[in-house]
Design a protein around this ligand. Structure first.
Ligand SMILES: NC(=O)c1ccc[n+]([C@@H]2O[C@H](COP(=O)([O-])OP(=O)(O)OC[C@H]3O[C@@H](n4cnc5c(N)ncnc54)[C@H](OP(=O)(O)O)[C@@H]3O)[C@@H](O)[C@H]2O)c1
Length: 333
């Protein structure tokens, strides 16, 4: 049984223009739900807050209805044989303290000894999978490739840097939003060079950090980062378009400017993807990353925020760069 009688759910109440604020959300209380036959009640333990929520807030999310989101929780009451009590599961009915779920809506977590739960929503979860698919499937990373990563100190960015190093990349260059993050990238994550994109035009900073150019750009940001990277790419360079966070909160942002002739003359390839179309790579990610986690050759980069009541704040802070590594919200006991 659950230890509390009250369940909390977050609703979006209105559409933002630019940056959202706490006023666009509401916490709704209700009794802890009972599982119907064929379902189980999951008490959530960890929540992921993700930039795609900002895009969904513009129209995809229904107003005044429970928000979805990636979460991990423990089955606390079950009326489905496939969902045994005590099991930890991954699901997408997050942004609420309790979720009632059918077997097809959950993925049971593998039991990798010594791997912390937070890894399954960060480097082994959708964040890590995005980084891994970007490098192995889209970029087809080659030994010695020099790689530039934007939003390098975030969840996808730190995973990209660590995976690229393990997969044999050459020089790693990252951009991030503060001097502290730049230090984190070079001293802790293993980037060879990094810069704070606020300090000068990105093209100038990239030219200083990578005077001989780059082979690959893993782009989490778009905007001026994309234009600068296309200029810095060598012949047969690749751009992996992962996200456009530089534009989510600035609907009137100017279009990205780059030299279109570069794409032809340098034989560049620009390709984007959505991780949800690569879920079949999940097992391969476990096989690759779990031994490294156990051996200590792969570390977790996470900002953990305590308490479900902090989920909106954690999300809003992430949009403004308040996180280092993947931001997760953890239930308090
Ligand atoms: N294609 C897919 O399937 C897929 C899957 C997952 C994520 N994504 C995308 O990948 C990107 C990173 O996601 P994440 O979950 O790892 O988030 P994250 O990088 O952990 O957090 C977002 C970061 O974006 C940076 N940022 C915010 N506004 C910016 C701006 N105007 N210019 C440059 N940087 C800015 C902030 O760091 P700074 O302090 O450095 O500014 C912030 O920490 C997002 O664009 C997301 O939409 C795509």
């Amino acid at each position: 049984m659950t230890e509390t009688d009250i369940a909390l759910t977050v609703h979006q109440t209105s559409r933002p223009t630019g940056f959202p604020s706490p006023a666009h959300f509401r916490f709704v209380e209700s009794p802890v739900p009972e599982p119907a036959p064929g379902t189980a009640l999951v008490e959530n333990l960890y929540w992921s807050v993700d930039p795609y929520h900002r895009e969904m807030m513009d129209g995809d999310f229904e107003l005044n209805a429970p928000l979805e989101g990636r979460a991990l929780g423990r089955i606390v009451a079950s009326r489905a044989a496939a969902l045994p009590e005590g099991e930890i599961v991954f699901h997408r009915a997050g942004w609420r303290t309790h979720s009632v779920l059918r077997p097809e809506e959950v993925r049971r977590l593998p039991h990798h000894e010594g791997v912390p739960l937070s890894a399954y929503l960060s480097v082994l979860g959708g964040t890590g999978l995005t980084a891994y698919v970007g490098l192995t499937r889209i970029a087809q990373l080659r030994q010695g490739d020099d790689v530039f990563v934007s939003a390098a100190a975030g969840g996808v960015g730190t995973a990209t840097g660590r995976f690229a190093r393990l997969l044999g990349a050459g020089r790693l260059i990252g951009s991030a939003g503060s001097a502290q993050k730049v230090k984190y990238l070079t001293e802790y994550v293993g980037y060879d060079a990094a810069f704070d994109y606020h300090t000068a035009p990105v093209a100038e900073l990239l030219a200083e950090a990578a005077p001989d150019g780059i082979d690959l750009f893993v782009d989490n940001v778009g905007s001026d980062h994309l234009g600068a990277a296309i200029g810095a790419l060598r012949e047969h360079g690749r751009v992996v378009r992962i996200g456009t966070i530089g534009q989510y909160n600035t609907p009137d942002a100017p279009p990205v400017i780059f030299n279109h002739a570069d794409v032809v003359e340098k034989s560049l390839r620009v390709e984007g993807f959505l991780v949800r179309n690569y879920l079949d790579v999940q097992e391969e990610l476990y096989e690759f990353a779990v031994p490294h986690l156990r051996a200590g050759t792969l570390a977790l980069d996470v900002t953990v925020v305590d308490g479900f009541e902090s989920i909106v704040e954690a999300f809003l802070s992430m949009l403004r760069g308040g996180n280092t590594g993947k931001v997760l919200v953890r239930a308090t006991a």
